[in-house]
Design a protein around this ligand. Structure first.
Ligand code: ATP
Length: 779
């Protein structure tokens, strides 16, 4: 995703005019796409245009197609909806409408179009491109345009970006806006849960999704809902009976609230629509054998589209916008029309029409009640999440239990600082363990707590989980079982090994950050000395610093980014009265610049300082000069202040305060500068839905990985390096990597971070979009 810093000679020839448009339903993040496309195009020495009001603007032409300048998109990252407007355009369905659109494109000299919209918009785009030669021909034949006028525009170059809150396009894991909508839904469900629990009520919550149950399913997983209805996978049996059974079981366990989430397109196995009223009547049924619950319906409606984009959507929209411009510039007449997709953590170009066709096939499969096919057309994450949801709601059913000899006693430990998603991971893993007949045991307060258990206060530090208690943890922040930074060697390796033996643990599931990684490394190294350590151990990375080797993503890092984004948005706004102010914001992250960089990308920072690069006088000098320039040219277009993000360990000398002071001194009263330190706010309150959902999915995979080894596998454990593994997202895959390999090759031990920083290229995008000047980077 790294943009070349200048146009390469191969691209040097004709200067392109690249237009960007938003179409179909609006979604949070669309403004990020427009901003990224406009600025990247200008950076690449092209002209940038915006087509206002979707295809309607393209058909109408005139002032609907406007040239955009660098400063026109300032501050757009933090605005919700789409500032260039969107519309449903009937005219574009007709050839005559597309003919006029083609004429307007040629008259404005536009040779490439980047469209951000749903599958309808992208279908329209592909149709437009395939008809393009014939449209030009017709325009010439009818005399509306001359041969000379159309000559330079023989090939229309189109690139799609999927902007939709439904996450309904095949081929991409996420669409621009879906995680913002999910966040809004989860926020509402969290509110509703409080009142449901107070009154012991049931709530039926309807969410958007006519053909796609992604929002309903992930909201169900993130909030620990009791029952979910989605279009792709109706209940195999009578859903009425199934729901009554599950809700009844949960109530008998002692749950005081019942949450049912229903996608607006939900159907039963016979294709009949499932409406909230019917669900409500069933839950409220007072007849004998009925649940008789005090039940309310909440239809979330358009709030789901609203508000500003969450950090993930800002990152996604920005990186995809940048990639789209590159795709345009690299395309030849033979290049197939592509859209920009996201697979796990990797941005890729994919054929547009294949994805649109698969999406349509999926809708047809649902209509034809071919639900196997419908599920197979959704991505791997969707199927995983469906299984996660089934696992965590059907905990007490005996169907999936393993034979006794394969059932394990699994110790759960949290290590390091708390991170968003830790509790969701514990909850899911406990649920999975119970459903398989394993015995999940909580070890409280990390290795330190485990070791202290031996002293005078043994009560409570090692105890079986109580499902009713754990079930309420889906959306809780912090670490309910307690966490501690102490490493096993500090606690005493012999003591830890003895305790593992004493409790007869068959496996350990560890959740935490770099200390957790270090702990697993230590346990592995002492296996020869202590046979009790020859049990499978799996680490699920969780730290806001995102510095665990073996993964590009740690639980909690998304929550942290969201906290930083909302903090920076507020700070930026506070500067709007004075306008001429630079905030230097210090972020956490240890010696890893991930959160500083990604939050810099999400808020449009003017500069980011990270430990991987350090801070030099020449950098500060260049940045101060740049700021002077920016404020000199600012004619009041900017509605907010400027932000610089500095990681807490970027430099031993230049901290946020000193940098702010230097800037203030150099500004000679032409602008202001202040430092600001959000501190522990960054660990977040309620974890983000992404952290919660990924926690559930990855935690279940971890226990399955431990299951692969099973009980009494000492010999295999000793031989197989995968017996101490880190689960991680790497590029487009979820993988387990042996800790041994990471210790030896992948870890920068003195700096407590992975040797390779997968995100380092993003720094160039931040600089490019912030208009930061080039300066010599340290080696
Ligand atoms: P959402 O996911 O929010 O529904 P969408 O992009 O699928 O977004 P649509 O209303 O289906 O929304 O499409 C937006 C616009 O794209 C339409 O109003 C129309 O102008 C154009 N469009 C859609 N389908 C076609 C098509 N088959 N041919 C030509 N234009 C189309």
């Amino acid at each position: 995703t790294s943009p070349p810093r200048t146009r390469s000679p191969a691209m040097a020839a004709p200067k392109k005019k690249i237009a960007v448009m938003t179409s179909g339903g609006d979604s949070p993040g669309m403004n990020g796409v427009v901003r990224a496309v406009v600025r990247t195009a200008i950076h690449m020495d092209c002209d940038a245009y915006a087509v206002y009001e979707g295809y309607e603007g393209l058909v109408r032409g005139g002032n609907f197609i406007r040239k955009m300048e660098w400063h026109d998109v300032r501050g757009w990252l933090s605005e919700g909806g789409t500032l260039i407007g969107t519309a449903r355009c009937m005219a574009f369905y007709e050839r005559s409408g597309r003919l006029t659109a083609a004429k307007n494109m040629v008259l404005n000299g536009i040779d490439a179009l980047i469209i951000c919209g749903g599958d309808g918009s992208l279908t329209g785009a592909d149709r437009f491109r395939s008809e393009w030669p014939s449209l030009l021909e017709e325009l010439v034949t009818s005399g509306e345009l001359s041969e000379d006028q159309v000559a330079p525009y023989q090939h229309l170059n189109i690139v799609g970006i999927v902007g939709s809150i439904d996450n309904d396009l095949s081929g991409t894991d996420a669409t621009v806006g879906c995680y913002s909508a999910l966040s809004r839904i989860c926020e509402m469900v969290d509110y509703i849960e409080a009142t449901a629990s107070s009154h012991s009520r049931a709530f039926v919550i309807e969410v958007m999704g006519r053909h796609c149950g992604w929002l309903a399913l992930l909201a169900g997983v993130a909030t620990g809902a009791d029952f979910v209805f989605i279009p792709e996978r109706p209940q195999e049996h009578d859903w009425r009976k199934d729901m009554r059974l599950v809700v009844n079981r949960h109530r008998k366990l002692g749950k005081r609230k019942t949450i049912v989430i229903v996608a607006e397109g939900a159907r039963d196995k016979d294709g009949n629509k499932i409406v909230p009223e019917e669900i409500k009547d069933l839950l409220a049924d007072k007849a004998e054998g009925g649940l008789g619950l005090d039940t309310r319906i909440t239809t979330l409606g358009h709030v789901q589209r609203g508000g500003t984009a969450v950090a993930y959507d800002r990152v996604l929209s920005t990186l995809q916008g940048v990639e789209a411009v590159h795709a345009v510039l690299e395309a030849t007449p033979d290049t197939e029309t592509c859209f920009i997709a996201m697979n796990e953590n990797k941005i890729v170009r994919k054929p547009l029409m294949k994805a649109v066709q698969e999406t349509k096939e999926l809708a047809k499969a649902v209509d034809a009640k071919d639900f196997e096919k419908a599920m197979s057309l959704r991505d791997a994450e969707f199927a995983d999440q469906y299984n996660s949801y089934i696992t965590t709601t059907n905990v007490m059913i005996d169907d999936h239990k393993l034979p006794h000899k394969h059932r394990m006693k699994v110790g759960f430990i949290n290590v390091g600082a708390p991170a968003g998603g830790m509790n969701a991971a514990v909850r899911a893993a406990v649920a999975y363990c119970i459903s398989r007949g394993h015995e999940p045991i909580a070890i409280h307060n990390g290795f330190a707590g485990f070791a202290r258990h031996h002293d005078d206060k043994p009560v409570g530090s090692v105890r079986p989980f109580d499902w009713l208690e754990v079930d309420g943890w889906a959306s809780k922040g912090g670490s309910e079982i307690g966490t501690n930074r102490e490493l096993p060697e500090e606690s005493g390796m012999e003591l830890i090994a003895n305790l593992i033996e004493q409790y007869e643990f068959d496996a350990l599931f560890i959740i935490g950050g770099f200390e957790a990684f270090h702990s697993v490394a230590q346990l592995r190294k002492h296996r020869d000395e202590y046979p009790s350590l020859c049990i499978p151990i799996c680490l699920l990375p969780a730290t806001i610093s995102n510095n665990v080797p073996g993964t590009e993503y740690s639980l909690g890092s998304d929550t942290c980014l969201n906290e930083l984004v909302s903090y920076c948005d507020k700070i930026k706004q506070s500067a709007s009265a004075t306008r001429r102010r630079v905030f230097v914001i210090e972020t956490q992250g240890g010696r890893c610049g991930y959160v500083a960089t990604l939050s810099g990308l999400s808020v449009g920072a003017s500069a980011v300082y990270i430990p991987e690069e350090g801070i030099s006088l020449s950098m500060l000098n260049a940045d101060v000069n740049h700021l002077k320039e920016v404020f000199k040219n600012d004619r009041g277009q900017s509605r907010a202040g400027r932000l610089i993000l500095v990681n807490e360990k970027a430099s031993k000398v230049y901290d946020a305060k000193l940098i702010a002071n230097i800037i203030r001194e150099e500004a000679h009263d032409r602008f202001e500068s202040r430092e600001s330190i959000p501190g522990h706010v960054q660990q977040g309150g309620v974890p983000s839905p992404m952290d919660r959902c990924r926690a559930v999915r990855l935690a279940i995979k971890c226990i399955q990985h431990l299951e692969d080894f099973g009980c009494n596998a000492h010999n295999r454990v000793k031989k197989d390096p995968h017996s101490t593994s880190v689960i991680g997202i790497q590029g487009s895959e979820v993988v387990f990597t042996p800790v041994k390999a990471l210790e030896e090759q992948g870890t920068d031990w003195p700096n407590r971070r992975p040797k390779a920083a997968h995100w380092l290229e993003v720094r160039d995008v931040v600089d490019m979009l912030g208009g930061r000047p080039d300066y010599p980077r340290p080696e």
